[in-house]
Design a binder for this molecule. Structure first.
Ligand SMILES: Nc1ncnc2c1ncn2[C@@H]1O[C@H](COP(=O)(O)OP(=O)(O)OP(=O)(O)O)[C@@H](O)[C@H]1O
Length: 255
C-alpha cells in the first residue's frame, strides 16, 4: 500500500471545460510539505478543489488504499481539509466561535476549548480570540482560516495561498508550524505559494504546473531550476547560495 496521496489520470474543470487533463503525480508523501507552484490560472486551485472533492473529476485519487472517487463524501470530508484563498465574507462570528464550529463539524467532535486555545496560541493570535471575523484584517483572517483547518485534524491538508496576506514574520512562522504539524500528525500537506524562495526554503517536495499540465515534480533543487523558471514563468532566473548556505532564486528579468 502506498503511504500518501496518489493522483492518476485526473481530469477536472468547470462545466464542459477541462482545466486539468489526465494528470499523473507520483505519490505525495505523508510527513512532507508539498508546494504547488505555477503561474496565475495554471490550475492550482482547481487541482486542490478536485482533491477535496469540490470539483467534478474523473481519474483516481487514492489515499492509503482508500479510493476517494468511490468513498462517501462525508468520509472524504472528514479526511481532507481545503482552505480556500479567502474566508467567506460577512460572517459575524467571534474567532473562538468560528473555530468551535470547525471543530464540531469535523467528525462531530465535542468542543475541546483547550485544543482551540492551544492552536490559536501556536499561531500567535490569542489576542484575537474574542474578535469578530468580519472586523479582522486580511492577514488575521488567513491565520484564523489556518486555525479552523488545523483544529479539524485532517489526514490531508490543502492550503490555497495561505501566506498571501501575511507579513514576513508570519510567513516564516506559519511555514514552520505547518511543517511541524505535518510531521506530528503524519499528514499530507499541499500548499499553494507564489513565492519561489518560500517554496525553496520550506517545501520538501514541489509540483509545478502550467496550463493545467505537470511541468516537473520532485525535491526543490531539482524542480526550481533556471530551465523550469524560464518555461513556467518566462523569467531569467538563477539559483545562488547565500552566506548561510540557503539556495535563493534571483530573477534577472523577463525572457
Ligand atoms: N468557477 C470557475 N468557472 C469557470 N472557470 C474557472 C472557475 N474557476 C477558475 N476557472 C478557470 O480555471 C483556470 C485555472 O484557474 P485556477 O484558479 O485553478 O488557477 P490558479 O493556478 O489557482 O491561479 P491563481 O494563481 O491566479 O490563483 C483559469 O483559466 C480560470 O479562469
Amino acid at each position: 500500500m502506498t503511504k500518501g496521496l496518489t493522483v492518476s489520470h485526473l481530469t477536472t474543470g468547470y462545466g464542459h471545460k477541462n482545466i486539468i487533463t489526465d494528470l499523473n503525480l507520483s505519490t505525495l508523501p505523508k510527513n512532507k510539505v508539498v508546494a504547488l507552484l505555477g503561474p496565475n490560472g495554471s490550475g492550482k486551485s482547481t487541482l486542490l478543489r478536485a482533491l477535496a472533492g469540490l470539483n467534478k473529476a474523473t481519474g483516481k485519487i487514492v489515499y492509503d488504499g482508500l479510493d476517494f472517487m468511490q468513498c462517501p463524501f462525508v468520509e472524504r470530508a472528514r479526511r481532507v481539509v481545503y482552505l480556500p484563498q479567502s474566508l467567506p465574507a460577512g460572517v459575524h462570528l467571534r474567532v473562538l466561535e468560528s473555530v468551535i464550529v470547525a471543530q464540531r463539524a469535523s467528525n462531530f467532535q465535542a468542543t475541546d476549548e483547550n485544543a482551540i486555545l492551544d492552536v490559536l496560541a501556536r499561531l500567535g493570535i490569542t489576542h484575537l480570540t474574542l474578535s469578530y471575523l468580519d472586523e479582522l484584517s486580511g492577514g488575521q483572517k488567513q491565520l484564523v482560516g489556518l486555525a479552523q483547518s488545523l483544529i479539524r485534524k485532517p489526514d490531508i491538508l490543502l492550503l490555497d495561498e495561505p501566506l498571501s496576506a501575511l507579513d514576513l514574520n508570519y510567513q516564516f512562522h506559519v511555514m514552520d508550524m505547518v511543517k511541524k504539524e505535518t510531521v506530528q500528525r503524519d499528514m499530507v500537506t499541499v500548499i499553494v505559494v507564489h513565492d519561489i524562495n518560500i517554496a525553496l526554503r520550506h517545501a520538501d517536495y514541489i509540483v509545478m504546473l502550467k496550463h493545467g499540465g505537470l511541468i516537473a515534480e520532485g525535491i526543490p533543487c531539482e524542480v526550481i531550476t533556471p530551465e523550469n523558471l524560464a518555461t513556467v514563468y518566462g523569467v531569467q532566473g538563477r539559483i545562488e547560495y547565500c552566506s548561510r548556505g540557503y539556495p535563493q532564486v534571483l530573477v534577472d528579468g523577463l525572457i
